[in-house]
Design a protein around this ligand. Sequence first.
Ligand SMILES: *[C@@H]1O[C@H](CO)[C@@H](O)[C@H](O)[C@H]1NC(C)=O
Ligand SMILES: *[C@@H]1O[C@H](CO)[C@@H](O)[C@H](O)[C@H]1NC(C)=O
Ligand SMILES: *[C@@H]1O[C@H](CO)[C@@H](O)[C@H](O)[C@H]1NC(C)=O
Ligand SMILES: *[C@@H]1O[C@H](CO)[C@@H](O)[C@H](O)[C@H]1NC(C)=O
Length: 237
Amino acid sequence: MYSRILFCLLLHGTAVSLVRGDCNTCTYPSEVACVSATQFQFCVNNSPTGPVNTCPNGMVCTGGATICQGNGVAPAACSGCNECNLNQTFACTGPRTFALCLGSSVISNITGNCAPYHVCNIDTPNICGNATLGSPATCSFIDSTPTPEPTTTPTTDPTAYCRLIRQNGRFPYGTLLCSTCRQYIGCYLLSGIWYGAIYTCPGNLFFDSTSRYCTKTVPARCSLGVQNIQLFNITLE
Ligand SMILES: *[C@@H]1O[C@H](CO)[C@@H](O)[C@H](O)[C@H]1NC(C)=O
Ligand SMILES: *[C@@H]1O[C@H](CO)[C@@H](O)[C@H](O)[C@H]1NC(C)=O
Ligand SMILES: *[C@@H]1O[C@H](CO)[C@@H](O)[C@H](O)[C@H]1NC(C)=O
Ligand SMILES: *[C@@H]1O[C@H](CO)[C@@H](O)[C@H](O)[C@H]1NC(C)=O
């Protein structure tokens, strides 16, 4: 039964072609969603539902006009996971976790979690989209092994922070809209030892972790859908 449906979809399934090979997104009108690089589910009420189907050997799920295609012909779905977004603000590292990119294409060691009912979406400027409102997760739920949230302690010691991040420059201090969103930590190396200091943006500006400047716009890490961020074992409140 399923193989007949699959065969039919492989030949005739049509849908909007998606550039990156989106994940967990129901395509119209084929009504399927890729849920990993090689697997898909059918959609009911625009939500992936029921058994997980696997593409034929050597094929990847594309979510495009043809659901499964030869590897290399079209980009596999769920490939936006662990990649910095175009704005170099963040990367989704799991369905509900992310890491900041700090204005480069390299994923930093500052990681974070989405708030309840939110999922990390590479196309959302605010990092975590409201899943109840239909925002899909960029990373596969099936491929991700849930890791327990690390036990972290809040710290106000900028030197401890700089000894963990071990890089020169300005870094985000926290996610509290009225206080730490407006501050940043400057790290510097002196005689081979890392030191840090806390600075406050002038006026009512916020510290933008991508441009590394103080700006008027509320930074992504300080938006409602973000639960917290941390640097190894320290919470950045
Ligand atoms: C993250 O931390 C690890 C371990 O300290 C280090 O090897 C790596 O270079 C760091 N990554 C970045 C982007 O700084
Ligand atoms: C990227 O940056 C532009 C300009 O700041 C902004 O309008 C846009 O929403 C951002 N897009 C994402 C996906 O973050
Ligand atoms: C997410 O969307 C639901 C449904 O509209 C809404 O009730 C909830 O308040 C939203 N959560 C946030 C944090 O925006
Ligand atoms: C984090 O871990 C480092 C060593 O890995 C330790 O020196 C430091 O005290 C810890 N910080 C907190 C806040 O627990």
